[in-house]
Design a protein around this ligand. Structure first.
Ligand SMILES: *Cc1c(COP(=O)(O)O)cnc(C)c1O
Length: 402
């Protein structure tokens, strides 16, 4: 075999793009989805909804294609969508955003994260603080950017970081503090105390805060509090979101950034050479979505809250210890009661489709190899499925008790 050089070979503190053998291992998501397909198991592994989003949004995309909105949109995104994003930030959070200079439309939140990290990291001395477990793309992107990943643990069962550990992790070497609130994979929402401390430390060490807010409309009890609304935060925060989770359009890949104009300019410099632009007919459709009445947004959060409760009750009845999520698609459960002496949650998840016909993801898929021990018995289940599907999955999981 030819040796192919390049950034794809990088690993960032054990959580890079390659496995220990130096090959691209199939991700646990691909492995579990293949298992689901092969066994006919219910897939509570991957986080995508099994129902369509609002009809108005879907119709608007069809209409845009018919009307000929099929060529390259402007580099920053179509004005109709940039205006809708700015109006959304004002309407929900009271954040004034200039749609001409402070908004950038991206190919999903993933490209927004990639462009932001690549644009704002200078070299191998730069550190990026993340909260662990983390969305798998974070470690890969930090590795591609050639920076250093500095994880701060979110301990079971409440998944709030220890404030002293946070203060130790954030130093003058910290370039970015990457937060995801509500949080995938744990379903946690940061406490007000944690948010305040993040902003205080960012100011003290002159770090930029990057927030992944893709679950902003899927908070169960309170309303989402973007970190950019805290005093002093907006000027150093890049806020990233996406239409995928809010409108059940994960395949459309329409995301966006709102940030101070100088940061947007730096990020555009990179983004223009990644995708340049994307999703012309979907952009006006998401503008329609962002302008939907409040009832749509509160309704989506309420529907998912009920699904999460159903899933939590099913897991509890099956004998799992369950962490109660405050938002997002996900619920974490402890499978310790079902594990043999040498087994971990990854073994459990590999066996689960054949054993009871359900697919889930071990939390170690979101954790660096060095620190996987504290998460070894934990499993992530997705609640973004029809209630009938969750009820059937719960019934199947109940067989674990027998
Ligand atoms: C789904 C998800 C993304 C990816 O969003 P896209 O818009 O599909 O790129 C990013 N971050 C988190 C935490 C997610 O769960």
């Amino acid at each position: 075999m030819r040796k192919i050089p390049g950034a794809w070979r990088r690993t960032a503190s054990g959580a890079g793009l390659l496995d220990a053998q130096g090959t691209v291992a199939p991700t646990i998501f691909a492995e579990m989805s293949a298992l689901a397909a092969a066994t006919g198991a219910i897939n509570l592994g991957q986080g995508f909804p099994d129902e369509d989003g609002p009809t108005d949004v879907l119709d608007a995309a069809r209409a845009a294609i018919s009307a000929g909105v099929n060529q390259y949109p402007p580099g920053l995104g179509m004005p109709v969508l940039r205006n809708a994003i700015a109006a959304h930030q004002q309407r929900f959070y009271g954040l004034p955003v200039d749609p001409e200079r402070e908004v950038l439309v991206t190919a999903g939140a993933t490209e927004a994260l990639a462009a932001t990290i690549l644009a704002l990291v200078e070299g191998p001395e730069d550190e990026i603080v993340v909260f662990e477990p983390y969305y798998d793309a974070y470690a890969a992107l930090v590795a591609l950017a050639g920076a250093r990943l500095v994880p701060v643990a979110l301990p079971w069962p409440h998944f709030q970081p220890d404030l002293e550990a946070l203060a130790r992790a954030i130093t003058d070497r910290t370039r970015l503090i990457l937060i995801n609130d509500p949080h995938n994979p744990t379903g946690a929402v940061f406490s007000a105390e944690v948010r305040t401390e993040i902003v205080r430390l960012a100011e003290r060490h002159d770090a930029i805060i990057v927030t992944d807010d893709v679950y902003e409309h899927l908070v169960f009890e309170e309303r989402h509090v973007p970190i950019a609304t805290l005093p002093g935060a907006a000027e150093r925060t890049v806020s990233i979101s996406s239409a995928g989770k809010t409108f059940s359009t994960t395949g459309w890949k329409i995301g966006w950034i709102t940030a101070p104009a100088d940061l947007v300019t730096a990020i555009v410099a990179v983004k223009q050479f990644l995708t340049y632009v994307n999703g012309a007919p979907f952009q006006p459709a998401i503008a329609v979505g962002l302008a939907l009445p409040d009832a749509f947004f509160t309704g989506t959060a309420e529907t998912l809250r009920r699904k999460s409760e159903l899933l939590g009750a099913g897991l509890h009845a099956a004998g799992f210890a369950v962490s109660r999520p405050a938002g997002s698609y996900f619920t974490v459960a402890d499978a310790a009661a079902f594990l043999g002496p040498d087994e971990d949650a990854a073994d459990f998840c590999r066996a689960l489709p054949a054993r009871v016909g359900v697919v889930a993801i071990p939390l170690t898929a979101f954790v660096g190899a060095e620190r996987s021990a504290s998460y070894r018995t934990l499993v992530r289940f997705a609640a973004c499925k029809k209630p009938s599907v969750i009820a059937e999955a719960s019934e199947r999981l109940a067989a674990l008790r027998r």
